[in-house]
Design a protein around this ligand. Structure first.
Ligand code: ZN
Ligand code: ZN
Length: 466
């Protein structure tokens, strides 16, 4: 599951083997009152495997059904990581597709594996062997799929995806994303960045494949961890988007989390009863100290507390569910974060049309001799400055040899400091950890360019002339 948080948090090896052997001896399934119990959930709820699996299918269908967001013939991109959550997700969807006609799921599906091996320090051969394991697993579950390299998330162009059947050819060309991650100093920010880039890639691949929905496999345990770590990371305002059933920050494509009611324990039972294999790939902080990142520490806290107090995950999860903020849809590009596309929690003004009106009022009031009018006039003499203004964040064009200004570009480049204006609070923290020598990824520069408001342009121009 190339999903939001699953990859960071999902099942480490040890989680695949619950150490507590369920005390089911002599117990009877509380559902059918007939079979011997094989499953214990919430300390005392006992089920036989048949009832447990039927309940799992029902829960999955109900989660999707009650949202009324998915139409039977929707095209859906399924983020798949090979781990527990997305393996169960694929199996449940396949099961739904072979149900009796009136209950059958008819989705057109595409499965996507995001290859982030390069930033995890894997060699090309290791990545290839992971991809071929994913291919076998996806085929075994009855799907065909695609793979895409995380490197593609850094570009503004359509991501290059390739069918899983094909051998990955140019796995080497991932230096951009590796350099970027190397330039980020903390693991907390690396994890955040990985999560945001993965999310962005899912959306852009869905768009290019014509899918209107993305399914990710975040389960209840993942989401409980996300709730707490998001708060610690200053992303409280985005919680409903990050942990709710639907993430609606993109207008054309919705990310849905149909596995959100499954705990890790339930996933493991499901996998075991169906004899499904998962593929264990390391995460950024696998085998590292728990204090390596806020996310890892939060995971340790939640899972350990949950072994002692089994209601922990659901208590956090249900509390998070009650949080909501008004209109979550990205109504206006300028008001959204250039990286994560959540509404900016850092500005509280009415922008866009109001700003445009203000700006033209200002110019009319000042007349052609006013500062701004003069600025606009002066600028005509220096085409490279206009050019530079459009490329506010380009750092590699130091020399100006097109006209007489000599300093224009350099001056505008300094406004790269203003870059953070276009980020939400949480994403600003990521870039605080980015080496100042490292350039801002291309797609972000483009994304910022689309967001530059008239107010900012005015500031830039005035700054330049003063
Ligand atoms: Zn039963
Ligand atoms: Zn953001």
């Amino acid at each position: 599951m190339c999903s939001v948080n699953d990859a960071e948090f999902e099942t480490d090896d040890e989680l695949m083997q619950p150490d507590e052997v369920p005390q089911t001896e002599g117990a009877i399934c509380k559902k059918c009152n007939e079979n011997n119990a094989e499953v214990v959930l919430r300390v005392k709820d006992t089920y036989c495997s048949t009832c447990f699996l039927a309940a799992s299918t029902h829960k999955f269908r109900a989660t999707i059904g009650k949202s009324k967001l998915v139409r039977p013939t929707d095209s859906i991109l399924i983020g798949h990581s090979g781990k527990a959550g997305s393996t169960v997700l694929l199996h449940l969807i396949k099961g739904g597709m072979s149900e009796a006609v009136h209950k059958r799921l008819m989705y057109k599906t595409a499965v996507l594996y995001v290859d982030d091996g390069a930033v995890l320090g894997q060699t090309v051969d290791q990545r290839k062997s992971t991809i071929s394991a994913i291919r076998e697993q996806v085929h075994g579950l009855g799907f065909t799929g695609y793979a895409v390299s995380l490197n593609e998330s850094l570009h503004s162009s359509e991501p290059k995806i390739y069918p899983l059947e094909e051998e990955a050819e140019d796995l080497k060309g991932d230096s951009d994303v590796v350099d970027l991650f190397n330039a980020v100093s903390s693991y907390t920010s690396k994890e955040e960045l990985l999560h945001k880039l993965r999310q962005k890639l899912l959306i852009s691949v869905a768009r290019s494949l014509g899918c209107c929905k993305v399914f990710t496999a975040d389960g209840a345990t993942d989401l409980a961890i996300t709730i707490l770590s998001n708060i610690a990371l200053g992303r409280g305002a985005q919680l409903p988007l990050d942990v709710g059933f639907v993430d609606s920050r993109e207008l054309d494509i919705r990310i849905l989390r149909p596995m959100r009611d499954f705990t890790r324990k339930e996933l493991i039972y499901y996998l075991n009863f169906h004899k499904l294999e998962t593929i264990q790939t390391p995460g950024l902080t696998t085998k590292k100290e728990p204090y390596t990142s806020i996310q890892k520490l939060t995971e340790k806290f939640v899972t350990e507390l949950n072994t002692e107090f089994s209601g922990t995950v659901s208590a956090i999860f249900r509390t998070g569910e009650k949080l909501s903020i008004g209109n979550l849809e990205a109504s206006n590009l300028i008001e959204t974060c250039a990286l994560c596309r959540a509404q900016l929690d850092t500005v509280f003004t009415d922008t866009s049309s109001l700003q445009a009106t203000e700006f033209s009022k200002l110019i009319s009031a000042e007349g052609p001799k006013g500062k701004i009018g003069k600025a606009a006039f002066e600028l005509k003499k220096f085409p490279c400055v206009i050019d530079a203004a459009e490329n506010v964040l380009l750092r590699d064009s130091k020399n100006c040899d097109n006209c007489s200004c000599s300093k224009g570009k350099e001056k505008f480049e300094m406004s790269a400091k203003n870059f953070e204006k276009y980020l939400c609070y949480g994403c600003r923290l990521i870039f605080k950890d980015l080496d100042k020598q490292h350039s801002i990824p291309n797609f972000l520069q483009n994304s910022v360019r689309q967001r530059i408001s008239l107010d900012d342009m005015r500031e830039e121009i005035a700054d330049f002339l003063l």
